[in-house]
Each structure stands twice: as structure tokens, then as C-alpha cells.
Design a protein around this ligand. Structure first.
Ligand code: ADP
Ligand code: MG
Length: 560
């Protein structure tokens, strides 16, 4: 093919692809526009197919003068900068003048807008990037943008979208982050007619956190002892961080804001996590909303069309500022002894470290293929550190990780019960309410049937609470709330959802590391382990049992 200039329509679709990746990107751009327009109320309505059918953002911001409305949809048209120099003092979220143009290239758009000076507002409809209708319409000052049939003419993009539940949860995520970044703004999110989030707009971050994440979490937040900003000079770090008693199994609860723009800067997220070093267990992550305010000259937001990434002039300085702010807050507000205590707890939990000569019974060994006889008869010798069972077999010494082993036993048990639809259920005397963030709520709502099959009978109850009526009998005396939380925070698609539920029930109902066991309890555990089909790994694939062969021990001691 000879080189040619692309058709303008093709160009605009290609360009739109950079800005509009999925329904949540549209929401992000429109919400940013509302915030730039000084809105104190922003309402997001999502209707059908995870927002593909319709998305609407309504604000009470400045509005667009009627003679500029059409221009707003042209490419590179913005009221936020006039020259390159303005980037150096940029405090608005937008400036590239691409969003409305890009959205109109891949969807049908209607806008109704009115400024405070105008008697009557204006409306404009676009299809395929072309204006198909315009006129006057009454409206209180502000703007309503309705985006319909997103990607209808871009089937390739449509194919890449995930399930409506997942797309809705991305949208809930975007709205939650901006609600956290702008606590003085009242946000409302409704998905398919259900109100998923409503924030008070009181200006207090804690009030917004309570709405987004629930009261329980909000009660355990610490206000950052603001760092920097001496004499009102930037940079400065502010926000709230979770006390170490709160932890989550992923990083979704860390919101990093730079001049109140939500950014995904891995190094800064890491700075926050580093500050918790020694305070959280392995694989656990903190909850935090951290805002770095700094002079626009110190940060370049123009490195990606979605502006989700930023570049700092002095990244190292920002990194240590954030780390210090978080660390100082933690050290001052949490008792120090916890640090060493926690550190030893998870040292115990690392199985098999440093035993270089141990043979791990990998599933490929013949042992695994003969279920009933897969483990030799073992004689229990004792328990080490309340975590490992020491046993003797015909061909060597065995160390069993009691938690991992019991996890495997439980997992098989649950699978069996589920297969025969004989899951044992424990009714709660009083139904218990649990709170869910907007994102969790979406996940929970669509999985209620699934959960019921495993013994969790849960019903929606109010704005963001659910009523738990029964729990799996195996978890009745355990912290099943923590289990549910972990389940709802785990990213989708990694494993099959049922598998994930089984793994978590197994993990949370299993004997813990650090629990002292009697001889008969150890006997029972080993006997049960002998019965399961795959005795030598836990459901996560870690070993449950390690063997030190006699020959190997003899060699180690120089006996051969
Ligand atoms: P940018 O935000 O980068 O300027 P956009 O394409 O998102 O580019 O918007 C173009 C222009 O339309 C903005 O600069 C602003 O003047 C106007 N605009 C868009 N949305 C709104 C809104 N909700 N309220 C007021 N003005 C808006
Ligand atoms: Mg914009």
C-alpha cells in the first residue's frame, strides 16, 4: 500500500481510542470536566450493559456559553489553557481539549448546558462526531452530558469490554476516587436505577471515606501529620491513612492524588507501602488517601492522553516526602511494640525457608497418584513453634505445616459438600449487617446466589449494607467477615469465583499457625491429610509437608 493521509473520521477514531478505553474512561473525563467547571454537585447515572447503553453526568458547574458549545466538541479546543506557558501554572484536571471530541467520535452525545448569565440554555446532539441537532433549552446553571451507545460503531472495542458487572465496578471506582479527592463536592452515583454512592460534600475527607468505604473503616483512619508546606510553601502531603489494624489484600485502597488528580504512580504507591514496613503482614496492603500538593511547575501531567500518569521534576524528593509523612503519622499514632511482634509472627509463616536439602514432595512424585496410600504411616514426634508438626516415617523425617495441611483438608471437604449439595450452614441468631464499598457492592450483588450455595445467605439491605443471615458452619466461630472482605477485594478473573470462595473458606476455617495442638489433634490432622487426594500441597500450591530423607540426613551429618 502506498503511504496516504488517513481519512479524518479514521483519525478521530484512532485518537479517541487513546482517551476512551471503556465506559469508566468516559465517566472520568466528564467528571473531571464537571470539577473543572467548579461544580459542587456531580451526579453520575449509568444505565444498561455496564454503561455502554447510556452514561449521564449532571453538574451544577459554570456551564458552557451557547456560542461555544459546538466548539467544545472540536478537537484541541479548551478554555483551560491558551499557551504552552499556561501548563506551568495548570491546576485544572483537563487541558488537552480532547475529551468531548473523542467521546463524540465513538458514541452519540447530547449536551444541555446553561451559564449563570444566560436566560436560557442550549442543547446539542452529535452522532458519529457530526452535529445532528441544536437548539435552546431551559436548564438551571450547569451541564448535563448524556453519552449513548458507546462503541456501537467500534465493534473491536466493544469486544474487549468485560462483563457489565466489571465495567460498573470500574465506574464505581472512578467516581469513588474523585469523591475522595474532592470531599467538598457532593457526588452521587446510580447504576441501573440503584443509588450506589452518595457523599455529603461536607469538605471533610473522613465523611466521604465513611460513605465510600463504610463506617468501620473510617473509624480506623488516621489524619496525616502534614509534611512539608512550611510557611504555606509547597510541596505538602495531606490526607488520611488506615491504622495498621486495617489491611486489605490488594492495592485498590491506596488512592494517590497529585494536586487532587488521581494518578497511578507505582513509586508513590510504593512509598506509602514502605512506610508501613513491619506493620502489616505479608501480602497485606494499607488503606490510604494521600494528596501531594505541589507547584504545577514541579510536575508534568502531559505525558499520557488520559493524564493518569505524571512525571515529577524531582521524583526522589516527592517519594521521601510521602514516605516520611505516612511513617511519621504511623509512628506517632500507633504503639511501637507492635512492630516487633508482627515481624516475628510472619517470620513463622514462611515455610521451608533455608532448608536447602529438604525434599519437597512435589505432586509429580508417585505418592500423589495413589490417594489412599499417598502418605506413609507417620508417627507424630511433636510440634515445633506451634506451627509445624514433626513426624517420623519409614524413610525419613517429616515436617508438616499445620495450617497449610488443614487448609487442604478443608478445601477437599468443602468441594465434596458442594458437589453433593450438602453444605453445612449455620444460621445467625441475629442477622449481621456488613458494609460494602461501591465496588464491592457490585461484586457482591451479582454473586449472592453463588455465595448462598456455600452457606452465605446474604441480602441487600439499604444503601450500601447487606444482611448476612447464615454463614458456612465451618466459619461459624471464625472471622467470616474478614473472609468476605478478602473475597470482595480480590480481583476478578484470576480464578474461577467458586474456586476462590472455596479457597477462602478453607483458609479462614483452617487451624492457624501458632496454635498449640494436643497429640490427638495432631494425629487426627495427619490421619485426615492421608485421606485427601492431593495431600502434599495446599490449595494455593504451597507445600504442606516436607521430607528429610534418611540418606540425606546421614550425608548432612557426614555418616556416609
Ligand atoms: P478539556 O477539559 O481538556 O479542556 P474537553 O474536551 O474535556 O477538554 O472539554 C472542552 C471544553 O468544554 C472545556 O475546556 C470546557 O470549557 C468545556 N466544558 C466541558 N465540559 C464542561 C462542563 N461540565 N461544564 C462547563 N464547561 C465544560
Ligand atoms: Mg476535559
Amino acid at each position: 500500500m502506498p503511504i496516504r493521509v488517513l481519512d479524518p473520521q479514521v483519525i478521530s477514531r484512532i485518537a479517541a481510542g487513546e482517551v476512551v478505553e471503556r465506559p469508566a474512561s468516559v465517566v472520568k473525563e466528564l467528571v473531571e470536566n464537571s470539577l473543572d467547571a467548579g461544580a459542587t454537585q456531580v451526579s453520575v447515572e449509568v444505565r444498561g450493559e455496564g454503561g455502554v447503553n447510556q452514561l449521564r453526568v449532571i453538574d451544577n458547574g459554570s456551564g458552557i456559553p451557547s456560542d461555544e458549545v459546538e466548539l467544545a466538541f472540536a478537537r484541541y479546543t479548551t478554555s483551560k489553557i491558551a499557551s504552552l506557558d499556561d501548563l506551568g501554572s495548570l491546576l485544572s484536571l483537563g487541558f488537552r481539549g480532547e475529551a468531548l471530541f473523542s467521546i463524540a467520535a465513538v458514541a452519540e452525545v447530547d449536551i444541555v448546558t446553561c451559564t449563570a448569565d444566560e436566560v436560557i440554555g442550549s442543547y446539542l446532539s452529535l452522532k458519529g462526531g457530526e452535529v445532528i441537532n441544536r437548539g435552546s433549552q431551559g436548564r438551571s446553571p450547569g451541564t448535563t452530558v448524556t453519552v449513548s451507545h458507546l462503541f456501537r460503531r467500534v465493534p473491536a472495542r466493544l469486544k474487549f469490554l468485560k462483563s457489565p458487572t466489571t465495567e460498573n465496578s470500574h465506574i464505581a471506582n472512578v467516581v469513588s476516587r474523585y469523591a475522595l479527592a474532592f470531599p467538598e463536592v457532593r457526588f452521587r452515583l446510580s447504576i441501573d436505577g440503584r443509588e450506589t454512592l452518595r457523599t455529603p460534600g461536607s469538605g471533610r475527607l473522613l465523611d466521604t471515606m465513611a460513605k465510600v468505604y463504610g463506617l468501620e473503616l473510617a473509624q480506623n483512619m488516621l489524619e496525616i501529620k502534614s509534611q512539608g508546606g512550611k510557611g504555606g510553601v509547597l510541596p505538602m502531603v495531606t490526607g488520611m491513612i488506615g491504622s495498621p489494624v486495617i489491611n486489605r489484600s490488594n492495592r485498590d485502597y491506596i488512592s494517590l492524588l497529585v494536586n487532587r488528580r488521581w494518578v497511578g504512580n507505582r513509586r508513590l504507591v510504593w512509598a506509602v507501602e514502605q512506610a508501613y514496613h513491619g506493620l502489616l503482614g505479608v501480602g497485606k496492603h494499607p488503606v490510604a488517601v494521600v494528596n501531594v500538593s505541589l507547584s504545577p511547575q514541579e510536575v508534568d501531567v502531559n505525558i499520557h492522553p488520559t493524564k493518569a500518569e505524571v512525571k515529577f521534576r524531582d521524583e526522589g524528593a516527592v517519594f521521601s516526602l510521602v514516605q516520611r509523612a505516612v511513617r511519621n503519622t504511623l509512628v506517632e499514632l500507633t504503639p511501637v511494640p507492635e512492630i516487633s511482634k508482627l515481624a516475628t509472627t510472619y517470620r513463622i509463616a514462611e515455610p521451608g525457608r533455608g532448608i536447602s536439602t529438604a525434599t519437597y514432595l512435589s505432586p509429580s512424585l508417585p505418592l500423589a497418584q495413589t490417594p489412599a496410600a499417598s502418605l506413609p504411616v507417620l508417627r507424630i514426634i511433636g510440634q515445633f513453634r506451634s506451627s509445624y508438626i514433626i513426624a517420623e516415617g519409614p524413610d525419613g523425617l517429616y515436617l508438616i505445616d499445620q495450617h497449610a495441611a488443614h487448609e487442604r483438608i478443608r478445601f477437599e471437604q468443602i468441594k465434596e459438600q458442594r458437589l453433593h449439595r450438602q453444605v453445612e450452614v449455620q444460621g445467625l441468631l441475629e442477622p449481621v449487617t456488613i458494609e460494602a464499598s461501591p465496588q464491592q457492592k457490585e461484586r457482591l450483588r451479582t454473586r449472592l446466589d453463588n455465595l448462598a450455595e456455600f452457606g452465605f445467605v446474604i441480602e441487600p439491605f439499604g444503601e450500601k449494607t447487606f444482611l448476612v443471615r447464615t454463614v458456612p458452619a465451618l466459619l461459624a466461630a471464625r472471622d467470616w467477615r474478614a473472609m468476605l472482605r478478602e473475597l470482595l477485594d480480590s480481583a476478578e478473573g484470576k480464578e474461577d469465583w467458586e474456586e476462590r470462595i472455596m479457597m477462602l473458606i478453607a483458609c479462614h476455617s483452617a487451624i492457624r499457625a501458632g496454635q498449640l495442638l494436643s497429640d490427638s489433634e495432631m494425629d487426627e490432622l495427619v490421619r485426615q491429610l492421608e485421606q485427601v487426594a492431593i495431600p502434599n500441597t495446599c490449595p494455593h500450591g504451597r507445600p504442606t509437608i516436607i521430607r528429610f530423607g534418611l540418606g540425606q540426613l546421614n550425608r548432612e551429618f557426614g555418616r556416609t
